[in-house]
Each structure stands twice: as structure tokens, then as C-alpha cells.
Design a protein around this ligand. Sequence first.
Ligand SMILES: *[C@@H]1O[C@H](CO)[C@@H](O)[C@H](O)[C@H]1NC(C)=O
Ligand SMILES: *[C@@H]1O[C@H](CO)[C@@H](O)[C@H](O)[C@H]1NC(C)=O
Ligand SMILES: *[C@@H]1O[C@H](CO)[C@@H](O)[C@H](O)[C@H]1NC(C)=O
Ligand SMILES: *[C@@H]1O[C@H](CO)[C@@H](O)[C@H](O)[C@H]1NC(C)=O
Ligand SMILES: *[C@@H]1O[C@H](CO)[C@@H](O)[C@H](O)[C@H]1NC(C)=O
Ligand SMILES: *[C@@H]1O[C@H](CO)[C@@H](O)[C@H](O)[C@H]1NC(C)=O
Ligand SMILES: *[C@@H]1O[C@H](CO)[C@@H](O)[C@H](O)[C@H]1NC(C)=O
Ligand SMILES: *[C@@H]1O[C@H](CO)[C@@H](O)[C@H](O)[C@H]1NC(C)=O
Ligand SMILES: *[C@@H]1O[C@H](CO)[C@@H](O)[C@H](O)[C@H]1NC(C)=O
Length: 782
Amino acid sequence: MAAVLLFFLISVFSSLAAAQQRSSNISLGSSLSPTKTPSWLSPSGRFAFGFYPYGDSFAVGIWFAGIPQKTVIWTANRQDPPVPGNTTLVLQNDGRLILQSAQNQTIKSIAEGPQSASFASMLDSGNFVLYTSSGVVVWQSFDNPTDTLLPGQPLKVGSELFSSVSEIDHSRGRFRLKMQDDGNLVQYPVDTPDTAPYSYWASGTNGQGNNVSLNFDSDGHLYLLNGTSFNIRNVTNGGFATGKTMVYRMTIDVDGLFRLYSTNLNGNSSDWSMVWNSTSNFCDPKGLCGMNAYCILMDQKSDCRCLPGFDFIDRNQRTWGCTWKLSAENTCGSENQNIDYSMISLDQTTWEDDPYAILSPITSEEDCKNACLEDCNCDVAVFNKQDCRKQKLPLRYGRRNLGDSTMVYVKVGSGSEINGTTISHQNKKEQRKDILIIGVVFFVCAFILLAFSVVISYRNRVWAYKRILDPGSIGLTEEIALRSFTIAELQKLTEGFKEEVGRGAFGTVFKGTLPNGHIQRIVAVKRLEKMLDEGEREFQTEIRVIAKTHHRNLVRLVGYCNDGPNKLLVYEYMSNGSLADLLFTKERRPNWDERVGIALKIARGILYLHDECETQIIHCDIKPQNILMDEFNCPKIADFGLAKLLKPDQSGTFTAIRGTRGYVAPEWHRNMPITVKADIYSFGVVLLELVCCRRSVDVNVPEDEIVLTDWVYDCFKAGELQKLVGDEVVDKKRLERMVSVGLWCIQDEPSLRPFMKKVVLMLEGTVDIPVPPSPSSFFSTI
Ligand SMILES: *[C@@H]1O[C@H](CO)[C@@H](O)[C@H](O)[C@H]1NC(C)=O
Ligand SMILES: *[C@@H]1O[C@H](CO)[C@@H](O)[C@H](O)[C@H]1NC(C)=O
Ligand SMILES: *[C@@H]1O[C@H](CO)[C@@H](O)[C@H](O)[C@H]1NC(C)=O
Ligand SMILES: *[C@@H]1O[C@H](CO)[C@@H](O)[C@H](O)[C@H]1NC(C)=O
Ligand SMILES: *[C@@H]1O[C@H](CO)[C@@H](O)[C@H](O)[C@H]1NC(C)=O
Ligand SMILES: *[C@@H]1O[C@H](CO)[C@@H](O)[C@H](O)[C@H]1NC(C)=O
Ligand SMILES: *[C@@H]1O[C@H](CO)[C@@H](O)[C@H](O)[C@H]1NC(C)=O
Ligand SMILES: *[C@@H]1O[C@H](CO)[C@@H](O)[C@H](O)[C@H]1NC(C)=O
Ligand SMILES: *[C@@H]1O[C@H](CO)[C@@H](O)[C@H](O)[C@H]1NC(C)=O
């Protein structure tokens, strides 16, 4: 199949070759078309820029044209879908290089710089450049690499290479190589912070200044230069064969390794040969095997294996990860009381260390296994001779690590098959007998107690009332592995509620230190005020719901205190304040790309609350003050799940929430039911604030700009989006996308607002966004 495809590609390429143009200067007004003139060649014919066949359509890129296998080294807008054969690529008279549809409409800009270009050139180095009339470079493909570097092309500080999804899918894959501003050149999986626990290869040159770059010479020499052009480290030693016909490329491959390849244009072997690779251990790239799977080396190749009790999501795509064989089995809860669980061991593997609880000291495997068996939230226990780390699924970054003495135990329900044998619990027979006896005794006691309580409660209703109130906290601790604190304990760990770190709709927040074995953990303790007087049951229900949430973009609940009138929640501590602090303080303001990332992460957190967690949660109070930033400046949503605990006012809505002006959806004032669409509205306002870095209502600006949502729509309608970001340089398409999504979200009519799922897809650029109507058009026309 692959061979057929390759043959197809080669024949398409060669049939197109005849029509290629060789010209050193490409003048304004020139154009390419996949069927007529597909590409511009460099003077020697080594490189070509233009349309190349991609699936059954075309993509725009640069490839080696002088060798039989047309290796693609750069793809324009690699995240975009391929374009049909009736598209044209035009170097317009305004100096922009754009893609045009058959109807002469602009689809996408391929290249444009801050100044307008006068001509373009495909150079023999493999660099495609736009120049001004005086020869100044306006834009060059070398500054925007995808997965490949060529000799003469530096990887500058702050730049990244991203692997491709596969040999035939050139969109962004799973691994990246970043030239960091601390001087270190590091490889990470995508979507991770730039911190050591996630890296899997590094040059080790951190601390060598903030302007280190990776450089590439024509003899295959790859090396790092510091800000004063001093060679601080050789990545390869160079000195490989050179000559007019030897060519090199460095690529981050689909498997996450980066390699140096060479080929001889005049040689008889037309294939690329590998000259150097970043490691010989194919399992090094973290996350190669996906979730719940680990990588093993077999015959110099990597292969993936599933955790015991798991199976591949798709057996033909073993790097996509694994899932439970029985889907019902990990729902450990009341309906599944009759399933027995056991712990299946897996040795000599390492995983991402992401425990939600660490039990220390624990020195026996049995204790560790039992601790996990007894805890409904625990899916996996990792035991390393001193402590026992309880983790939840999914596990990631797994790989075999021979000689590692850590033991991993996976909780598996009875009835699952491991290696073809069904798990039963022979070794538990004796325990069963105990359980039976305990059960009988328990029932007898319970019956007696019940009889007693009926009699007593009949006599004394007050006592009965108290009984219902009191044992709530016990029931809570059994079901969810949250720590229950007494008020005295919290008093101690906050040193008498000394350091106040915030004050919100629900109460005051204090900083505290939680000793946890030998590790100290900083926590935020929130004292709930304005609570429902008789909100006891509500409190327990809500805590239970919050405790079951688990998402990277939500602040995690660590424990709670339900001590009579004292109701407190203990959360992980977010060291970087709130998004409001960041966004509205000029000095801390994140740059455009960071803001785009933050918007998407918040959207994913809300999507989880709305659609992905067990009980749907409507936040009701989304605003920058409720989005907290962790130490890596990753946003996490706070205060979710609490809306139901507040005292309603006379009109039946929640006073405290109605207080947050500027973010509330119109239905709060219209006596309409509150649905997830209320959150969408608030998110829309936050999104627009992220775009413009200003508050939704700001009186220190010209009058027509005071209300952000109105101003944004005015600018949108007038086609003056750049006004929103002032003189900041931003990606115009992206700006338009962010603003359009924001305007859809703030539609007055709830049903016009998209659901969060759609919002995420629109922000990611996966779906097209229709032109948004005026936010208030629906109500103003009726
Ligand atoms: C390309 O254009 C530049 C600037 O106009 C000029 O200096 C150069 O000679 C041209 N090259 C060729 C090969 O025409
Ligand atoms: C261009 O090609 C696409 C896909 O092949 C097709 O749907 C579209 O109708 C074509 N447009 C014109 C004007 O031929
Ligand atoms: C598109 O532009 C070309 C060149 O300017 C012209 O020949 C062609 O008729 C136009 N096509 C349409 C559909 O307007
Ligand atoms: C580059 O490295 C050299 C040698 O270690 C050192 O003298 C120089 O100060 C460094 N330059 C910068 C900008 O750090
Ligand atoms: C970084 O170094 C390069 C040369 O190595 C230089 O051109 C560039 O201006 C430097 N950038 C900064 C911010 O110092
Ligand atoms: C790097 O390699 C070059 C030769 O390719 C050598 O001259 C130089 O000393 C090496 N530098 C370091 C830091 O190893
Ligand atoms: C190229 O082919 C010739 C004869 O066909 C052979 O002698 C030579 O060894 C080949 N060179 C390489 C590098 O394979
Ligand atoms: C890949 O690189 C490692 C060390 O970086 C080296 O030991 C190994 O031999 C290389 N493999 C090949 C096939 O060159
Ligand atoms: C499953 O079978 C493989 C070989 O077939 C063996 O190496 C492995 O230990 C078995 N696993 C369990 C949990 O029995």
C-alpha cells in the first residue's frame, strides 16, 4: 500500500516537473497552480517551492527537487487542511503571498512580513525569501521551520521544531525541540511546560546566556553558539563528507528522535542515510506509546504494551494508547459493589510521577496495595520501598526501565482477562469467610441499632435531627479520598488564619502549609461564608461532586472541613495569582501566543465541567479573578461547584454572583433558566479581555470604548481589529478567529451561543467560524 502511494507521489511529481519554472527572481503578480505551474525551482534546481501532492489534494511547501524521493522540508500552515487542485498561489502586487480559491477569493496568507515585498526568491540553500526592492529580507522560510533544519539555517532562541504526525501527514505531531532562552536545547512532548520533568533530551547548556542558537554547517556540523558567537557545545562533531553534491538535513522524526541525514545527489543510491541520531534508545521520547501504555525495546525498535487489564484503542495503531478491556470496570461506586478488585503488578517500568496522595513511610508492598484497594479514587499504586504513591488514570510516559526496583500495581476488577486467564480471587477465599462473618455481625448490630434509633427518635426528634446532620462527614470520607480536617488542624496549618491571600464571592482565602510526610505542601484554605443556613446536605453533595473532578485546568481540592458551622475547603495553592493580576498589570502582561494558549486551556477546563465530568457543573461565575495561574503560568479554574451553596436572595437568584458585573449573561436579569450557556457568555467576555488585555468595563478610555463587548463588535464590523491590540504584533487570522469566537459566545440569545465543545474546536482552528451577528440583534429585532 505504502509503496503504491509512494509510486503515485513520484509519478505525480515527475509529470509535474516539466512545468516547473526555474527563475531566481520571482516578480509581483507571478502565480502557481497545482496543475499548470506547480512550483518555482531554485537556480540549481535543487529545491522547489510550491504545490506538492498531499493525500488527494495539495499542500504548499518546499522540497528537495533534485533527488528522486521529493523529501518535503517545510510546509506552509501545516495545521490547515490540504487545498484542491483549482487553487492558485499568488505573489500579489501588495507584496503578500496568498492562496486563492477558484473564485479568486483569498483563502489564506502564506507569507507576509511587516514591510511589503517587491520580489521573492527560492534560494539554493532551501530558503524561500521575500525581499523589499532594496533587497532587505521581509520574510523567510528559514525563520519559520517545521520539522527540519538545513545547513545555514539557525534555530534561534525561542524557536521550536515540531515533529510531523506521520510520514504522510505533515501536520504537527507529538514531539518538539526547543532552543530555550536559558541556553538549553531541549526535547519535550508537545503540550507540556518547559520544565525538566517533561524533557527527554537536552544539550545541558543552560546558564550560557539568553541568546544561544543552534547552528548547522554544510559538513553536517551541528553546534550551539552563545550570544557572542562562541561555540559552547558540539551536538555533532561535523567533518562528514562534503562536496557540491552532498546534502544534509536535520529532522525531528515522527518517533521523536532527531537525526542528521545525508544523501549524494550524484550517487546511485538515491536514499537518505542517517549520519547521526540524538539517542539509540527509541523509548526515550516521552509519551511515544500514548496513555496507559509503555514502551519496550525489541530488536533495536520500539514497541508498545498496555497496562495489565488494558487493550489497545486500535490494534493497528499501537502508539495511540490503551483503554480498559471492560468499560464498566473502572467505575468504582455503589452500583458496582459486587465487583472484586485485585492489584496486578508490573515491574521494571517508569511512569510520569503524578500522585494525588503520597503515603509515607510505607515499607510493605501489601500495605501499599491495600491502601489503593480501599480507596475508590485510586487506580494505580506505585511502591518504591519508602513510600506508596496513589495515582489516577490515565498513566502516561510509560517505558520499560530494566533494573528499576519500583513496583507498579494496577487495580483490576474481577472478570477481566489478563494473558487469557480470567482473574478470579482464589487467594481471597479465606478473606471471604471473614467478610461473611463480619457481614452477619454487622447486620445484626445494624438491626439492633435501627430498632433503638426508631424508638429513641420517636421519643426525641431533636436527637434524630442531629444524627442526620452529624455522620455526613464520615460518609464523605469513605467515598472519596479527600482529607477531612478539623477546624483545629486548619487553625494550626494556617497559623491562626494569619495570611489572607484573597477574598471572593464565597469567602476568604488563607495560605497554609500542609506537612505531608517529609514533603511540605502549600495549600489555600477557603473559609466559606454567606452559606445556606441549612446547606448541610447540599455541602456534602457538592464536595463529593468537586472531589470527583480531575483536570489539568481546574484547581484541585485537597480536603475540606465540615465542623458544625465551620465549612472550609482546602485547595492546592496557585503561586502566580489570578489571570486578572496578570492581564491587567502592564508589566506582567502575557504575550499574544501565551494569551492564545491561556484561552484554549480555560476553554478545555470549562468543557470538562460541562461535558466530561460525571455530574455536569455550571460554574456561574467565570471571570479572570477566578482563573488562577500555577507556577508554570498554566491557568486553572477555581471556585467551580460552589454556586449552589450560596444564599439565594428574594428573587431566587444568587446575590453574590449577580454582583460580578460585566461578566453575567443577560438571562440572569431576565428571569430565564440558567444553563451552561451562561458560562459560555462569561467565557466570551474573558476571551475578549484576553485579546485586548483590558477589563470588560473600563472608564479610563474614550467613551465609545468603555464597554468592551460593544467596542469589540464595532471594531469587528468596521474591519479594524488591529485597533483592539494596539501596536502589538499578532497573527491577524488568529486575532480574527479569537474575536469571532468571543462574539459568538456573548450573543444575548443563549441558544445562539455555541456549546463549549464547539468553542474549543473553533479556537483550535479545526472548524470554520461563520461571521458572528451583532450580539444584541436577537432582542433588538423582536
Ligand atoms: C534580483 O533582483 C535584485 C533586486 O532587484 C537584483 O539586484 C538582482 O540582480 C536580481 N537577480 C537576478 C538574477 O535577476
Ligand atoms: C474546486 O475544487 C473543489 C474540490 O475539488 C470543488 O469542490 C470546487 O467546486 C472547485 N471549484 C471550482 C470553481 O471549480
Ligand atoms: C480570476 O482572476 C483571473 C486573473 O485575474 C481571471 O482571468 C479569472 O477570470 C478570474 N476568475 C474569476 C472566477 O473571477
Ligand atoms: C560566550 O562564551 C564565552 C566563553 O565561555 C564567554 O566569554 C562569553 O562571555 C559568552 N557570551 C555570552 C553572551 O554569554
Ligand atoms: C543574539 O545573537 C545574534 C547573533 O548570534 C544576534 O544577531 C542577535 O542580535 C542577538 N540577539 C539579542 C537579543 O541579543
Ligand atoms: C567542536 O568541533 C569542532 C570541530 O568540528 C572543534 O574545533 C571544536 O573544538 C569543538 N568544540 C567543542 C566545544 O567541543
Ligand atoms: C554506483 O554504481 C556503480 C556501478 O553501477 C558501483 O560500482 C558503485 O560502487 C556504486 N556506488 C555506490 C556509492 O553505491
Ligand atoms: C545513535 O546515537 C547513539 C548515541 O547518540 C549511538 O550510540 C548509536 O550508535 C547511533 N545509532 C546509529 C545507527 O548510528
Ligand atoms: C503475560 O504473558 C507474558 C508472555 O506471554 C509474560 O511475560 C507475562 O509475565 C504475563 N503476564 C502476567 C501478568 O501473567
